[in-house]
Ligand binder design. Structure first.
Ligand SMILES: *Cc1c(COP(=O)(O)O)cnc(C)c1O
Length: 339
């Protein structure tokens, strides 16, 4: 194995030794297989290729000061993948089988879990695709579940910092009764143009309003939004938002800290009232928001006046990271230690 420069890793793909796979055939999931191939051999008429039967997940493993490897909220990711499978009519994998596969692939690639000091982690990407053959639009009768891992660097290279976002009205990521609540590749394909537009204008990411009325806040690119004011953590409730496990965890931690939590529709104008705000997800935990520009209406909602992350965002971020790395006790049972 080539030496990896742990502290200079980005969020990119690095080949590891193994991936694991389970096939669904004749109505049942088979045995777990270990593979060292980076390729999938499949039929050209597989439903994942033509009709988007594809679900994925994203979670991380962290190496603690004690050398132990901890996986964050594995069961929650398993449950969300099951919900996605129901949403696009794919065979569901039990939490038990999901856990078996994730533990196996992490264990097999143990030496790719970055050292504690680097602030890096091992990204775990479960994938479930329709491999059965269909030319008419129907769910497949065969599926492949695969888990790959790749080491990723710390999200904040220059330290925890804020970013600007831009409201995009020309493109929707998901429809109110569409697949926005499921973790499917199609939502990402739908977001590429908005994302490019935002990047071309120098923003960290695009910011979506609800597709129907363009009145309420939906998501910040591929991350959930939350705002903070009056000692309250406020996050949008909508039928087109992906239920982020990071957001769910932050809501719990906020409650633990005596901060009120509200989940409700958040109108765009309310942005002017937040003392702090952030985008949250597995990649960054929290990416604090500097400002959100509404170019169509020549408005700019400046959240962080001094450009620095606010005190509550910082506290929540540090707390969640501490639990992930095992620096603080896992009082909610969120962590699976790889034995
Ligand atoms: C994965 C994802 C998130 C973040 O979810 P986490 O479970 O916190 O990683 C948010 N929004 C979208 C659209 C996503 O796909």
């Amino acid at each position: 194995m080539k030496e990896i420069d742990w502290s200079n890793l980005s969020f990119g793909y690095i080949k590891t030794d193994y991936n694991v796979r389970i096939n669904f055939r004749d109505g049942a999931w088979g045995e777990l297989e270990v593979s060292s191939s980076e390729y999938i051999n499949m039929h050209m008429a597989a439903t994942c290729l033509h009709y988007g039967q594809e679900a994925f997940e994203g979670l991380k493993a962290f190496r603690g000061k004690d050398g132990k490897i901890r996986i964050f909220r594995l069961e929650e990711n398993a449950a969300r993948m099951q919900a996605t499978c129901q949403g696009i009519m794919m065979a569901e994998l039990s939490t038990e089988r999901f856990r078996e596969a994730v533990l196996k692939v992490v264990k097999l690639n143990e030496h790719f879990v970055p050292p504690y000091e680097s602030g890096a982690s091992l990204y775990i990407r479960p994938l479930l695709i329709g491999t059965g053959v269909q030319i008419g639009v129907h769910p497949a009768d065969e599926y492949l579940f695969l888990v790959l891992v790749t080491p990723v660097g710390p999200y904040f290279k220059g330290g925890f910092s804020t970013n600007p976002y831009v409201i995009v009205r020309e493109f929707d990521r998901s429809a109110p009764l569409g697949t926005g609540i499921y973790k499917v590749g199609g939502n990402y394909a739908a977001s590429l143009r908005a994302n490019k537009l935002a990047h071309d204008l120098g923003y960290a990411s695009e910011f979506y309003l609800d597709a129907k009325e363009k009145k309420y806040i939906d998501e910040c690119g591929a991350a959930n939004f939350f705002g903070i004011k009056d000692n309250t953590y406020i996050t949008p409730l909508s039928t087109s938002i992906l239920p982020s496990i990071t957001n769910k965890s932050l809501m719990q931690l906020a409650e633990d800290m005596g901060i009120k939590v509200e989940r409700r529709p958040v109108p765009e104008e309310e942005l002017s009232t937040f003392e702090e705000a952030g985008a949250c997800g597995t990649a960054a935990v929290i990416s604090p928001i500097q400002r959100i520009d509404d170019l169509d209406n020549k408005k700019s909602y400046v959240i962080s006046k001094d450009g620095n992350p606010g005190p509550i965002c910082t506290k929540l971020y540090n707390k969640l990271r501490a639990i992930q790395y095992g620096d603080e006790p896992d009082t909610h049972g969120w962590v699976t230690i790889v034995e």
